[in-house]
Design a protein around this ligand. Structure first.
Ligand SMILES: *Cc1c(COP(=O)(O)O)cnc(C)c1O
Length: 405
């Protein structure tokens, strides 16, 4: 494919103009890490400055009563509508993904007394595996590991073999952080339910990239990041979803005042709030959740189906270029080639990729590196152009050319 052909891809891209909304997108830097830390939106700086001046500075402590205390649930409902495919009242923002994984895993296993196992796969994200290990130890449970092909992920067959009457909870990533394997959420949820287990989806690598229909899939629980494809900024708080049918039944282990039924009663003991607010614990990180609102507005304008279509276009383009430019150097595509089985990034394996990544960062081409030998190319649909993908993969080729000469 020639440079003119790539120009044509950008020219006919219905979402091309969205790139102008992002800080820095006009520079020559190639950014392949929107799946790790999304770029800021241009409107976010002024929004934050306005908040400091008018709300924090102007309203002071009155801000809590007027607007801030409900903000986690209000933004949660917006996120649910735009990104999660979920009705209001089931989503809230706060804590990190790691902490929310802990809260929801504990809530889930407590709701399945007598069952002895948590099922998850060896290639799940480290924090998911570490938290599950801690919860298992704390609650006297066992982890049952699914062994997966690291270039793929959890299939219905693999899950069906792992679950049974002993399974309390299944924990799966919707898009695998390494391979980009896109799990069949509806089918895996059905299989977990058939065994009588609950299922907790980690949506960190799919929220804002792959359309989700949590209510329709019958998902029980989900968590996800807001600083990746949702551009909330470094360390912006995570979200959690708890299906309405579980809201009265589940309780979480960090029983703070702001998840209690009447925080300002300052009563002698804890009773959980009704609804999703019971999954909150302490004072919500308001500053951290402001930028997320800008991205939700942008995504709502574009529509998640169009975002996904562009994502598939970008990852397909990256794989075509890897075949054209990099296969001769021994680079292997370590992500599914079928776009239906792939999320928003592509991993390319080669023994030199650690060195290649360091070299590219020096040249303002920013992918990331994941063991073993994986160059991970994250393609955030609204901020990435086809020309950027081409420029980045040409740089990978140049790097390999120099290192293998
Ligand atoms: C990025 C990511 C996390 C990160 O968790 P934090 O608590 O925000 O550090 C967790 N799970 C998956 C699958 C991720 O991709």
């Amino acid at each position: 494919m020639t440079t003119e052909d790539v120009g044509q891809l950008d020219h006919t891209d219905p979402l091309a103009a969205y790139r102008d909304h992002f800080v820095g997108a006009a520079s020559g830097l190639v950014y392949f890490d929107g799946n790790s830390l999304g770029r800021p939106l241009a409107v976010t700086g002024p929004r934050l400055a306005r908040f400091v001046e008018e709300e924090w500075g102007g309203r002071l402590i009155r801000g809590w009563d007027e607007r801030w205390l409900d903000l986690p649930q209000r933004i949660g409902d917006d996120l649910a509508r735009v990104v999660l495919g979920a009705a209001p009242g089931q989503t809230t923002i706060g804590d990190s993904t790691t902490v929310l994984l802990y809260k929801l895993m504990r809530a889930a296993v407590a709701a399945r007394p007598g069952r002895t196992e948590i099922v998850l796969d060896r290639d799940n994200f480290p924090t998911d595996r570490y938290v599950a290990d801690g919860v298992a130890r704390e609650c006297g449970l066992t982890l049952r590991w699914i062994e997966v092909d690291p270039t793929a992920g959890v299939t219905p067959e693999l899950l069906a073999e792992a679950v049974g009457p002993q399974t309390a909870l299944v924990v799966v990533s919707h898009v695998a952080y390494r391979s980009a394997w896109l799990a069949d959420a509806r089918e895996l949820t059905r299989i977990a339910h058939e065994a009588g287990a609950l299922v907790l989806w980690d949506l960190c690598h799919s929220a804002g990239s792959v359309p989700l229909t949590l209510d329709d899939w019958g998902v029980d629980l989900a968590v996800g990041c807001t600083y990746k494809y949702l551009n909330g900024g470094p360390g912006s708080p995570a979200f959690c979803y708890v299906a309405e049918r579980h809201l009265d039944e589940l309780t979480q282990p960090i029983q703070g005042w702001l998840g209690s039924v009447d925080p300002f009663l300052m009563g002698p003991s804890y009773a959980p709030a009704a609804g999703i607010r019971r999954f909150c614990s302490g004072t919500p990180p308001i500053l951290g959740m402001l930028a997320l609102q800008d991205m939700l507005e942008l995504v709502e304008g574009a529509g998640m189906d169009a975002v996904r279509a562009k994502s598939v276009g970008l990852t397909s383009h990256a794989i075509d270029l890897a075949d054209d430019l990099l296969a001769a150097y021994g680079v292997v595509v370590a992500s599914p080639r079928d776009p239906e089985l792939r999320g928003g990034h592509v991993t390319l394996n080669h023994p030199l990729m650690r060195e290649v990544t360091a070299d590219l960062w020096e040249r303002d081409v920013i992918p990331d590196y994941r063991d073993p030998h994986g160059l991970r190319i994250g393609l955030s649909p609204l901020s990435t152009s086809y020309a950027e993908v081409r420029a980045g993969l040409e740089s990978v080729r140049d790097s390999l050319e120099r290192m293998t000469a």
